[in-house]
Design a protein around this ligand. Sequence first.
Ligand code: GRF
Length: 188
Amino acid sequence: MKKQIAIFASGSGSNAENIIRYFQHSPQAEIALLVCNRPDAPVLQRVQPFGTPCSLITPSGLQDPDTILPILQNKQIDFIVLAGFLLRIPAFLVEAYPQAIVNIHPALLPKFGGKGMYGINIHRAVLEAGETRSGVTIHYINEHFDEGEHIAQYTCPVLSDDTPESLAGRILELEHRHYPAVIEKLLG
Ligand code: GRF
């Protein structure tokens, strides 16, 4: 039986697309669902050519077990991949999917995580702190943002002439290179 994966994404969706492409012909797993909380999120257009079913939820729907759990159960979801999803994952969902919800954070946690640390803010903070390396952290989700157990980290240099945008681009490349393969490994 193929593992059924749901991607939660509400941004531009480059990781979502990359993961969908990676598993397109996989005998091991299938991207069975994309869950999104923003009707105008570019990710929705982006995944259309792949025919991935999409489910729009509201922030309150995500917090309601009677809303989100049936959406996942209908697709027999085994594993949840967060890829640019900014809403906090509620405790009941973490309990329903023990060690089966992962996220990618575009910095080397535990530094540069937590409240307000998303998007370009992260890279700005890394540059302001004078770090010489940054990278990505793939981690399990618990009910505290960015505090779940680390699975893998990949690093890249911070260059002296980096802008937040140039650093973001280098880190996005790292995400695309590593995230799908780490997910594949975790599926066992
Ligand atoms: C990525 O930088 C990821 O690390 C973070 O959100 C961003 C999503 O980018 N969690 P995209 O929507 O996949 O292009």
